[in-house]
Design a protein around this ligand. Structure first.
Ligand code: NI
Length: 150
């Protein structure tokens, strides 16, 4: 495993729409291992492909004992709302309160390409939404700017 450099805002890489992962090989496994190590080293709870310069639809999330690799994730169900503080390893030393769904269900593939479904609530649901947004070039503070424009 190896640490990867984290892309820091502003950088156009963070604003790109990522393409699906199509090849499930050893290289993908190595990338995911590196992303987990990089996230842990930076004390984060999630890391998405673009944050390490990979414009593919994949992310890792780790909250306490819960670890997941989300490949080609799609939110298929959202319920409720929550407000809470959010930060991002690509936007260092900043935080803001962001409204998110309370509970989400996500269809995704694991590192072998096997289709899976996961349902999470609270902080993990927030992390899923945040990381999946990264795959479409969205950063959490975009929501604040939207609120302010209203
Ligand atoms: Ni982030």
């Amino acid at each position: 495993m190896a640490l990867r450099d984290i892309v820091v805002d502003p950088n156009p890489t963070l604003r790109k729409k990522c393409r699906p992962v199509e090849v499930f090989d050893e290289k993908l496994g190595k990338l995911l291992d590196d992303m987990r190590e990089t996230m842990n080293h930076a004390d984060g709870v999630g890391l998405a492909g673009p944050q390490v310069g990979i414009l593919r639809r994949l992310a890792v999330v780790e909250v306490e004992d819960f670890y997941i690799e989300l490949i080609n994730p799609v939110i298929v169900k959202k319920t409720g709302t929550q407000d809470g503080p959010e930060g991002c390893l690509s936007v260092p030393n900043k935080q803001a309160d962001i409204k998110r769904p309370y509970k989400v269900t996500v269809d995704y593939q694991d590192r072998n390409g096997t289709p899976m479904t996961v349902t999470a609530e609270g902080f993990i649901a927030r992390a899923f939404c945040h990381e999946i947004d990264h795959l479409d070039g969205i950063l959490y503070y975009d929501y604040i700017e939207k609120q302010e424009k209203r």
